[in-house]
Design a binder for this molecule. Structure first.
Ligand code: TYD
Length: 212
């Protein structure tokens, strides 16, 4: 039985997802919740090994089909060995990226189509969805400065794809939120880290209330 709460952070590259995920986890812990802070691809030793294969591909690189299968395999391991046990133990799971990244990067920008990626998720992870998915929305200009500072011109196999791919990714996240408003909160990434954190807490408040 599932007793905990599951929040995912999503968005394109350099949106500050990891920072906001950590701040939310800290805040929940200070309010007495047990928290599992995790990320994708990764979160278990098996999924971290797959992360390495995805971000630094050996040989000539993965086809988009193989890439989608590897993300789904990493997620299946992460869900079975980390996320479901934490939820069953009543913990809050805060995850930096989840299924909607596969939908945006592989299904939409990569051209595989949403149906395929959702089927892989049904098969691999029994369709587990977060209670709330927070999309951090930033302008391309704000992000490009942040990315240059972070990556210093060195990006991984997916981060290094062309600008049109990343624009399609960013648009896809916003479209998902329009299609399923009950599952998503779109949060403006503009302003200080504290300002964005405050907006995140407001979005999470209904979930906190739903516990009691
Ligand atoms: P990461 O360094 O975690 O990126 P970021 O800091 O921007 O979150 O690398 C994860 C990369 O993998 C990122 O480019 C997004 C991509 N990705 C997918 O393409 N599909 C997925 O399902 C997931 C989880 C990530």
């Amino acid at each position: 039985m599932r007793k905990g709460r599951f929040v995912a952070f999503e968005g394109g590259e350099g949106r500050g997802k990891s920072t906001q995920a950590r701040l939310l986890a800290d805040e929940l812990e200070s309010r007495g919740r047990e928290v599992a802070l995790t990320r994708e691809p990764g979160g278990t030793s098996g999924a971290e090994a797959i992360r390495h294969l995805l971000l630094s591909p050996p040989g000539e690189g993965w086809t988009i089909e193989a890439e989608a299968l590897l993300f789904a395999a990493a997620r299946a391991d992460h869900v079975a060995h980390r996320i479901r046990p934490a939820l069953e133990a009543g913990q809050w799971v805060i995850c930096d990226r989840f299924l909607d990244s596969s939908r945006a990067y592989q299904a939409i920008a990569g051209g595989l189509g949403d149906e395929v990626v959702r089927r892989l998720h049904e098969f691999g992870s029994r369709g587990l969805l977060p209670d709330l998915t927070i999309v951090l929305d930033c302008s391309e200009e704000d992000v490009s400065e942040r990315l240059q500072a972070r990556d210093r011109g060195v990006s991984d196999a997916i981060g290094g794809r062309e600008a049109t791919y990343h624009s399609a990714v960013n648009r896809a996240f916003l479209d998902f939120a329009v299609d399923e408003p009950e599952r998503f909160a779109v949060i403006a990434g503009k302003g200080s880290v504290e300002e964005v954190h405050h907006r995140v807490l407001q979005a999470v408040e209904p979930l906190l209330r739903s516990e009691s």
